[in-house]
Design a protein around this ligand. Structure first.
Ligand SMILES: *[C@@H]1O[C@H](CO)[C@@H](O)[C@H](O)[C@H]1NC(C)=O
Ligand SMILES: *[C@@H]1O[C@H](CO)[C@@H](O)[C@H](O)[C@H]1NC(C)=O
Ligand SMILES: *[C@@H]1O[C@H](CO)[C@@H](O)[C@H](O)[C@H]1NC(C)=O
Length: 188
């Protein structure tokens, strides 16, 4: 008899516990989680044209500090850019997108830019999609890696990286052409 009572109490406890758990999940009507596990990896190769000289510069100096001129690294200098992205290093090759945003000199002891830029695409299925790059850029190194932290359109939920390689630079004007190899993971 005592055993039966213990068993009944145990069953009631288990049922109560189970229904609480179920209720805790059902409680939330405004959110849900779905495990899709479907990852897509996109790789891209293009060239970035940052032109400071001439009558139509693609990057403008917008700010600097009172001490920037006496800094060896131009610390505090800030640019606003709208730089074309093309399939080849020739600026007249096919335009596939534009990199828009701000970069500035963020290193006091060595040249390092901070890049806060949106890379928006215009070509084919990527037209209207963009990814956001937020990263330090050791611009004088021939090759550097930058972090991609999000995106829109085909690049929703993007995370990835860009390997940037200077193709050409004019040290007098600062005009540069930079090759990009980008790898991005998203979900279907
Ligand atoms: C820094 O140098 C630039 C270009 O030579 C000049 O236009 C600007 O007035 C200077 N700024 C200061 C704060 O000295
Ligand atoms: C990209 O999309 C815009 C807006 O929908 C459209 O006007 C434009 O023609 C498209 N460009 C290409 C190359 O498909
Ligand atoms: C992409 O990476 C390959 C292999 O390192 C390199 O040969 C190529 O020049 C890079 N592309 C660009 C646009 O920099």
């Amino acid at each position: 008899m005592a055993r039966v009572i213990v068993l009944v109490i145990f069953t009631i406890l288990v049922v109560a516990l189970f229904s609480t758990t179920v209720q805790a999940q059902d409680d939330v009507t405004w959110a849900k989680r779905v495990d899709t596990g479907k990852e897509v990896v996109t790789t891209m190769e293009f060239y970035f044209h940052d032109t400071l000289s001439g009558r139509n510069p693609s990057a403008l100096k917008i700010a600097q500090s009172a001490t920037t001129n006496s800094s060896q690294t131009g610390f505090g200098l800030v640019f606003m850019a709208d730089d074309p992205l093309t399939v080849g290093p020739d600026p007249n090759s096919k335009l596939v997108g534009r990199a828009r945003g701000i970069y500035g000199s963020a290193g006091q002891t060595d040249v390092e830019l901070i890049m806060v830029m949106s890379y928006g695409f215009l070509d084919g299925i990527y037209n209207g999609s963009s990814f956001s790059l937020l990263s330090a850029n050791q611009a004088l190194n021939p090759v550097r890696e930058m972090a991609i932290v999000g995106g829109t359109g085909l690049f929703r939920l993007a995370r990835g990286y860009a390997i940037a390689q200077t193709y050409s630079i004019d040290l007098t004007t600062g005009d540069a052409v930079v090759g990009y190899n980008v790898t991005i993971a998203t979900y279907i």
